[in-house]
Design a protein around this ligand. Structure first.
Ligand SMILES: [Zn+2]
Length: 98
């Protein structure tokens, strides 16, 4: 094997290894759960069939409060806070009589 091929193989391997290490490090920096990193409010999960199959341990998220969208690690989900819209309505009792 020539010196040029060895040089390309070794330094090319180091470059690829550096990219993989940086990607893994940045993915572990991502916050766990469903809280927005900007405003700490619960986010909505954005479904992506291809992304969910390739990287199932991450979730694409969208914050309704501040508009942030990005990637979070799967983790504990925050409890939903009931709103008047969902708790106030419910099933109304039927009226009796004519
Ligand atoms: Zn937010």
């Amino acid at each position: 094997m020539s010196d040029a091929a060895l040089f390309v193989l070794i330094f090319g391997g180091f470059a690829v290894l550096r990219i993989v290490a940086a990607t893994v490090a940045f993915l572990f920096i991502l916050p766990r759960g469903d809280r927005c990193p900007n405003c700490d409010r619960p986010t909505l999960r954005v479904e992506s069939i291809l992304f969910d199959r390739l990287l199932p341990w991450f979730r694409k998220s969208w914050c309704l409060t501040c508009g942030w969208h990005g990637l979070l690690r799967c983790g504990p989900l925050s409890e939903s806070t009931p709103s008047k819209q969902y708790t106030g309505g419910g099933v109304r009792p039927r009226r009796r009589g004519p």
